[in-house]
Design a protein around this ligand. Structure first.
Ligand code: PRP
Ligand code: MN
Ligand code: MG
Length: 178
């Protein structure tokens, strides 16, 4: 019972790659000298972004993942963030960079940050590839943002619609055709 749709390209793979490189430079400068950085990807949406980002960082890093979801297969958030898989490592005393694909209502990032800050990291920062400020319901802002985008339902580069389209190399917007 899914409506037919097409995907219109919004941010090209080339544009994303250039932005990821620039962001990685800023993050490298910010954390320069650390030997205790752990980069935490929020699954599933961040898996493509974190893979590209960590390969551009000129720092020693540990990579870990936490799985959190609130959308399921819907286009609207349930506002209830479920944790499906926790980190493997302890982050107490560590420098932490949380990597998210998109901040929309803000429920996911604020919930995860609340949990992680409670574990006593030395420093904790956030990066989101996309930010949709028009949809914000919870006040949260990533330390670094790739692109601010308008209120469109986007897919690709890790982001899904009903678990599909994560493998598109670009960011596109969903346009219903019926
Ligand atoms: C999506 C996206 C972000 C979150 C942003 O995750 O990947 O994590 O929603 O929305 P919010 O700011 O309104 O919380 P989703 O729940 O779809 O899980 P997924 O990453 O497994 O696709
Ligand atoms: Mn997600
Ligand atoms: Mg999703």
């Amino acid at each position: 019972t899914q409506r037919p749709y097409v995907i219109d390209e919004m941010i090209s793979a080339k544009t994303i790659a250039a932005r990821v490189e620039a962001l990685a430079g800023e993050i490298t400068a910010h954390f320069r000298g650390t030997d205790k950085l752990i980069v935490v990807g929020l699954l599933r949406g961040s898996f493509v972004f974190i893979a590209d980002l960590v390969r551009e960082l000129d720092l020693p890093v540990e990579v870990d993942f936490l799985e959190a979801s609130s959308y399921g297969n819907e286009m609207e958030t349930s506002r209830e963030v479920r944790i499906f898989k926790d980190l493997r490592s302890e982050i107490s005393g560590r420098d932490v960079l949380v990597v998210e694909d998109i901040v929309d209502t803000g429920f996911t990032l604020s919930h995860v940050m609340h949990i992680l800050k409670g574990r006593g990291p030395a420093r904790i920062e956030t990066i989101a590839l996309l930010d949709k400020p028009a949809r914000r319901e919870v006040s949260v802002k990533a330390t670094w943002t790739g692109f601010e985008i308008p209120d469109e339902f986007v897919v690709g580069y890790g982001i899904d619609y009903a678990q599909r389209n994560r493998n598109l190399p670009f960011i596109g917007k969903v346009r219903f055709t019926a």
